[in-house]
Design a protein around this ligand. Structure first.
Ligand SMILES: Nc1ncnc2c1ncn2[C@@H]1O[C@H](COP(=O)(O)OP(=O)(O)OP(=O)(O)O)[C@@H](O)[C@H]1O
Length: 227
């Protein structure tokens, strides 16, 4: 294994139209690391996650995922890099509404050309691993918030991401299910040599991190090594 960082933000700035959300943000995450991103509402945490995932493109600075400069890639290459390297879990699940849950979870594999039967079998295994009591035949609109988060977690993990990005991944789950889901998110990613960046208001989540990066007003206010 190399020591190459899996995620690097170098002096990154981003504005949502007229709102300056982030400026001068640098962050390097190595294989095996778990980083918690904390800070008050509106400080830029979700924007950082979307930039780190390659969903948003930085206005300034560079974002590198597994050594690849996201800004230098066209949309198709960026989508491919995301599919192969990044797992993303957002607060409300963000499932594709007109696909059954099993196909939602299998989607990263289906898009990579894995045979449908194999992709769906792996998706079903991941639904079980994340603790979801679902058959996979449900439609996203039929799920509770917590079930949608579990399904989104399974989708994020199904392709074995190098970088798992999670924005309030346990917010819709009770304490027990949330803790179990966090265990799976961390252990599954670290098992394959990946790294995790997790945004959370929950101190229990932050306490599981190796490092806490606190944002304020779109900048890194401090970065503390926790273990
Ligand atoms: N789509 C958008 N359009 C315009 N402004 C936005 C958009 N998304 C975020 N912002 C603004 O960018 C800033 C950073 O927002 P962001 O959602 O990244 O913060 P956050 O720390 O994740 O907040 P929270 O903890 O409340 O989720 C805020 O001022 C917010 O109002």
């Amino acid at each position: 294994m190399t020591d190459q960082p899996l995620l690097e933000l170098v002096d990154v700035g981003f504005s949502h139209e007229r709102t300056r959300a982030l400026g001068g943000v640098s962050l390097t995450v190595a294989p095996g690391e778990v980083v918690a991103v904390t800070g008050p509402s509106g400080c830029g945490k979700s924007t950082l996650v979307m930039l780190a995932a390659g969903v948003l493109r930085a206005d300034e600075g560079q974002v590198r995922i597994a050594g690849q400069d996201v800004g230098s890639l066209d949309d198709a290459a960026r989508a491919r890099l995301r599919r192969r390297r990044v797992g993303l879990v957002l607060q409300y699940g963000q499932l594709v509404p007109d696909l059954p849950v099993l196909d939602n979870v299998a989607l990263p594999l289906l898009l990579e050309g894995v045979r449908p039967a194999t992709a769906r079998a792996r998706a079903a295994e991941w639904l079980t691993r994340v603790g979801a009591d679902l058959t996979g035949e449900e439609w996203p609109g039929e799920l509770s918030g917590g079930q949608a988060q579990q399904a989104a977690a399974a989708r994020a993990l199904v392709a074995g991401p190098s970088v798992l990005l999670a924005d309030e991944p346990t917010a819709s789950l009770d304490a027990r299910a949330g803790s179990a889901l966090l265990d799976v998110l961390l252990s599954s990613t670290l098992e394959v040599g990946g790294a995790v960046v997790v945004v959370s208001h929950d101190n229990v989540v932050a306490a599981r991190a190796d490092r806490e990066v606190r944002l304020r007003g779109g900048r890194v206010a401090h970065s503390v090594q926790l273990s």
